[in-house]
Structures are given as C-alpha cells and as structure tokens.
Design a binder for this molecule. Sequence first.
Ligand SMILES: [Zn+2]
Length: 186
Amino acid sequence: MVSHEKALLRLLEGNERFRAQQPLLPEELSQFVAGQAPIAAVLSCSDSRVPPELIFNQSLGSLFIVRVAGNIAGESQIGSLEFAVKNLGCNLIVVLGHTHCGAIKAALSNDDSAVPPLMQSILSVIRSGISKTNDNVVATKENVVHTQQRIRTESSAIQNALDAKGIAVVGGLYDIETGKVDFFNP
Ligand SMILES: [Zn+2]
C-alpha cells in the first residue's frame, strides 16, 4: 500500500517524465493475474486529450480511473471511488479537471436547445457547483472543488477514511497547452 504523500509524488514525477517524454518500460503482465494495487484513483474527464495513464506516465496497474464528461461525482463515480479506497487500498483520490473542457464550456453556455436530456443532467451537476463566471478555467477549478466536496459529503466511507487521515482527495488541473498538471487544491 502506498501513502497518499508518496502516491502524489509519483504522479508529479510521472508528469515530469511525461513532459520530458521518457516513458518507463511496461511491466510484466503476469503480475496482474493475482489482482491490482493501484497507487491512486483518478476521477477525470472523458476528454480524449486527457488520458490519466499518459499524462502521469503510469503503466498497467498503477491507476484506478473513473472517467465521465466534466469529471462530475454522481453515484456511480463515487461508488467506484469507494471501491478503490475500501477494496484496493488506494490512499489518494485525484479529481482532475482540464483546460478547454467542452463540458464546462457547455455548462457556461446559456443555450441548451440542442442538449439531450441525459447530457443536460451532467450540465446541471456542473452548474450547481460553479459561480456566475465566464472564465472557463475559473469554472473548471470550481467544478473540481465541487466534485471533491460531493465525494466527501456523499460517501461516509471516504469521509471516514479522510477523518482517519489515511487518505487524501486532491484537486488538479491539466493544461492541454503545456501538458502540466497543477494540484491546486490539496
Ligand atoms: Zn472535459
């Protein structure tokens, strides 16, 4: 089991390697037959430009990833994170937003005429957690913080683990232009 401090350090180091384009060699597949012990759980946007394994330069078995447009925390997402904490021993949860996020852009738009109902439900969750801003980055950060809050308030299992000081839920922003991750809300 990896502490949340060491797990976050490994992600930061991985992001540095990713930026320097020096990927690690892939690990042997056979070690994963017995199970998995990911160092972190990542709740990130579905955006194709933001694959957590690549941007943190992590290999097979390292990250337990939950992806949904706008990196919101609905029941399925939080339940998945509970599994990572309770069953897999993850001590670090990362909520990762990103610049130029289409879901945030749609949430900031006043025109929902072409938005299907289920997509609308994602925008509603995002809107419930952001201020009246037109700044995409500001809204993206607010949405990350809101997701962190929802994880804590909706999951007693995760809140209990936080109270025991064994785990951390950190918020990050991935910059699509530079490839850099900024953990702005530890
Ligand atoms: Zn996005």
